[in-house]
Ligand binder design. Structure first.
Ligand code: SF4
Length: 322
């Protein structure tokens, strides 16, 4: 089995976030978290839909307007110049390479790339409604509903950033260790390694996924793989709450209990309670559990391999803030 964080993960990205000067005014929107921190783990596939649509640099600003055909991406100075079909068509053309991605980071607020709360203007009053979505990003999401998608600006929020990266690294793990050489045994092993992580995000759907997997026969495997990936990403799309993380920690504690001294059990329980009361970050119970596993279960792979204990590289520091 390949390590979750070995090798770089292929991730799509709005070109301007890498510092490429592709914006309407010839500028960029370099995001240093993306270019400095995440680039250690990600192999980016940059794409600027407006440039690829032939709109040039510099170019007229595009905006979303409300129409009876839904939001359209038009030239802000001349609404009759509608670029929507060209921009969405690019996503369809790109589909073969999009299929190989484990995530996509989009530029916020853009009528082409924005994912959340993009302004869409009423044609007569000119009043904006912040409920739109960039037309290229919307088409990518429609074509690949399982693909982890996030805006660069939201990655700076600890919970949203951790959730996106958890989905990206889990999907990468799935590609390397299941999709590349699929078998029921590999799928079972993947499910087992991710048991506590899935439980922490959505216990009900995690149970359903386990039940569906248990019923799969060898000749049904190929058809089941897309279904498994869809449910897997759906489970992780719901951020793990503090209560659900505590529930998973309690399960890990239960697994460890026969190996711990009375003093270690009390200490672990106290640390979980401190985390429950928001007095310490998640990294503290995780570090304690890693320590106890190393001391008492050094050759026990089941717990050591649980992705719940490190779903995102610890060097990124998310568990210090959640
Ligand atoms: S937001 Fe998207 S369309 Fe706009 S400059 Fe960046 S990559 Fe190009």
């Amino acid at each position: 089995m390949e390590n979750m964080f070995d090798g770089k993960v292929r991730v799509g990205i709005s070109s301007c976030l890498l510092g490429q000067e592709v914006r309407f005014n010839g500028g960029h929107k370099r995001d240093t978290f993306v270019t400095n921190e995440l680039s250690r783990y990600f192999d980016y596939q940059p794409f600027c839909p407006e440039v690829e649509a032939g709109l040039g640099i510099p170019r007229q600003v595009i905006r979303l307007i409300q129409t009876d055909r839904g939001d359209r991406a038009v030239n802000s100075g001349d609404y009759s110049l509608d670029h929507t079909d060209v921009l969405t068509g690019l996503a369809d053309e790109l589909l073969p390479s999009l299929q190989g991605l484990c995530g996509y980071i989009f530029m916020q607020k853009s009528p082409s790339c924005g994912v959340f709360r993009v302004k869409s203007y009423h044609q007569q009053s000119g009043i904006p409604d912040p409920k739109g979505q960039g037309v290229f990003a919307a088409r990518v999401q429609q074509l690949l509903p399982w693909l982890p998608i996030e805006e660069a600006g939201r990655l700076h929020d600890s919970h949203l950033g951790e959730n996106f990266l958890t989905r990206v690294f889990t999907l990468s793990d799935w590609r390397k260790n299941v999709q590349a050489v699929p078998s029921i045994a590999r799928l079972m092993e993947f499910q087992s390694r991710n048991k506590y992580l899935l439980m922490a995000h959505n216990p009900e759907l995690a149970k359903q996924l386990g039940a569906e997997l248990a019923a799969v026969k060898r000749d049904e495997l190929e058809a089941f793989l897309p279904r498994y990936r869809q449910l897997l990403m759906q489970i992780l799309a719901r951020p793990a709450s503090r209560g659900q993380k505590i529930n998973a920690l309690e399960h890990v504690k239960g697994y460890l209990k026969n190996h711990l001294s009375a003093k270690e059990k009390r200490l672990l329980q106290q640390i979980i309670e401190d985390y429950r009361n928001d007095q310490i970050p998640f990294v503290v119970p995780l570090t304690m559990i890693h320590h106890l596993i190393n001391v008492h279960l050094s050759d026990h792979t089941y717990l050591q391999q649980q992705s719940f204990l490190e779903p995102v590289p610890k060097e990124l520091g998310f568990t210090n803030r959640t």
